[in-house]
Design a protein around this ligand. Structure first.
Ligand SMILES: *[C@@H]1O[C@H](CO)[C@@H](O)[C@H](O)[C@H]1NC(C)=O
Ligand SMILES: *[C@@H]1O[C@H](CO)[C@@H](O)[C@H](O)[C@H]1NC(C)=O
Ligand SMILES: *[C@@H]1O[C@H](CO)[C@@H](O)[C@H](O)[C@H]1NC(C)=O
Length: 271
């Protein structure tokens, strides 16, 4: 029989180990990306020329990652840094305010926009009956990954605890939710595509069909997952090169090599 004081001691110990494991999770991302590194990556995000100025705070980014403890915390330090660089590069391309001769270069203008300017449609796929659109709502690009379409707003909201179909606007109004939608997209496998996370941590295993389509691992495959239908299988695509430019800059700031397969020029998009 254990002594009561010994039991108390055990309870005390396990309480502290639980507490410290929470603290480890909460600080995982801050160890890789400090506030000053974040600020030097996104030099112009709070420029008054940027519609999103004041929105994408470091605190919101860190808070959002708490919901996805595996982000940037799997594998070697090199793998973790590369995943974070890749994620930040992709959201930068999606929200960039840069141009070729912009101050500090085109890759210093990530996180400038929070909402798609003059959307071409309301991004309603009415054939999707699982996530039906509301007629007075529009599912255009919002937030760091520019979440679009009812079939993404619906499941993102379901996973994160908001009503993506009735209240898509929240993705442009709440910066923690905004970052969470980007991380949700990054971490979630949507068959037949793997998740960007699995690709960047080296967990992705191409099928025969993937191999035949040159869909091998690397940053280029995350571009294929995000927008391959429009950007991949094209020689020297400017959008693909913009994504690569951000990735190379951030990998440099995070002190890690980029790994192979940066582009998706020779890849076929996913079906
Ligand atoms: C939008 O549509 C929903 C569902 O049809 C309805 O509940 C809501 O009142 C509508 N809002 C506006 C502003 O028309
Ligand atoms: C979001 O902000 C816009 C203005 O930027 C406002 O019109 C809208 O009502 C807000 N929506 C929510 C859900 O807070
Ligand atoms: C795969 O890549 C090679 C070049 O490395 C290219 O010749 C071939 O056409 C590509 N296959 C497909 C299906 O695009």
């Amino acid at each position: 029989m254990a002594q009561p004081s010994f039991l108390l001691f055990c309870i005390f110990l396990s309480f502290f180990s639980i507490l410290s494991s929470y603290q480890t999770k909460a600080t995982t991302i801050t160890r890789l990306v400090s506030k000053s590194l974040y600020d030097s990556m996104f030099i112009h995000k709070d420029n008054t020329a940027c519609p999103a100025n004041g929105f994408y705070t470091y605190e919101s980014f860190v808070k959002a990652t708490g919901r996805f403890p595996r982000f940037g915390s799997v594998g070697s330090m090199e793998t973790r840094r590369r995943e974070v660089a890749a994620f930040l590069a992709q959201i930068s391309h999606e929200t960039t305010g840069g141009w070729p001769t912009a101050p500090d270069g085109p890759y210093a203008w990530g996180l400038c926009f929070k909402e798609e300017i003059s959307p071409q449609s309301n991004y309603c796929d009415s054939s999707n009956t699982k996530w039906p659109c509301f007629s007075n709502k529009t599912y255009h690009g919002r937030g760091p990954i520019q979440l679009s379409w009812n079939y993404n707003y619906g499941p993102a909201g379901r996973a994160l605890g908001f009503d993506g179909l009735r209240n898509p606007e929240i993705v442009a109004n709440n910066s923690v939710i905004a970052f969470q939608t980007a991380l949700w997209f990054w971490m979630t496998e949507q068959s037949p595509k793997p998740s960007c996370h699995d690709v960047m941590i080296g967990r992705y295993r191409p099928t025969e069909a993937d191999l035949a389509a040159n869909r091998t691992g690397g940053f280029g495959l995350t571009t294929n997952i995000i927008n391959g239908g429009l950007e991949c299988g094209i020689a020297g695509d400017g959008r693909v090169n913009d994504r690569i430019g951000f990735y190379q800059r951030y990998a440099g700031l995070l002190n890690v090599g980029t790994g192979p397969n940066l582009d998706c020029e020779n890849q076929r998009p996913f079906a």
